[in-house]
Design a protein around this ligand. Structure first.
Ligand code: ADP
Length: 184
């Protein structure tokens, strides 16, 4: 599915984020930046050891990445030139500021893209795997963060895509996007 938020193209696809040809892809990392399972493991495997080395260098400098923040590295062997690593919140039932932290993970990734003149960007569904954030609420937060960024910086980004791993996840994001288009 495709739509536009202002001048920015919004694309929802089912697929593997490591294969995207956008200038940058976003990694749902953990605070250690040392790699893990899920999309993080897939990105590190596809990008090769250079990615791990760059993450270690960031760790040495600033000691990891707090929840809601984002850091940037090169893309190693990926087609994407950059990887933006952000840390989404672990879902604890919704009482520990999880929605706000997820919003921050998206908006800080978008800010970092803009600071690095990145015009095309692919996101996975942050926090909805091992971190168990309910996907419907997560999709609403993700799309709201992109929409509000684009309203603030209408010329910053040519394309934002969400790469969903399962057809069910894609469906949830599509239904959420329909609501945005119909009500905004
Ligand atoms: P988190 O710890 O932030 O929840 P996960 O990696 O466990 O991160 O899951 C986030 C989402 O990424 C899940 O929906 C998972 O199915 C999906 N995912 C896993 N591998 C890939 C991949 N190669 N490309 C895109 N999405 C992926």
């Amino acid at each position: 599915m495709q739509a536009t938020f202002g001048r920015t193209k919004l694309v929802l696809v089912q697929g593997d984020i490591t294969e995207q040809k956008t200038e940058a892809i976003v990694n749902a990392a953990n605070s250690s930046l040392l790699g893990g399972g899920g999309v993080d493991g897939a990105i590190h495997r596809a990008a090769g050891p250079k990615l791990h080395e760059e993450c270690l260098a960031i760790r040495a400098k600033q000691g990891g990445c707090p929840t809601g923040q984002a850091v940037i590295t090169g893309g190693g062997n990926l087609v994407a030139k950059y990887v933006i690593h952000t840390v989404g919140p672990i879902w604890h039932g919704g009482t520990q500021n999880e929605p706000d932290l997820l919003y921050q993970a998206y908006s800080n990734s978008l800010n970092l893209a803009q600071e690095n003149q990145i015009r095309t960007l692919a996101f996975p569904s942050i926090s909805t795997g091992a971190y168990r954030f309910p996907i419907r609420e997560a999709a609403t937060i993700a799309l709201r963060a992109v929409k509000e960024f684009v309203e603030k910086y209408p010329d910053a980004l040519d394309e934002v895509r969400f790469v969903l791993f399962s057809s069910n996840d894609l469906q949830v994001y599509e239904q959420t996007l329909h609501k945005f288009i119909n009500t905004n």
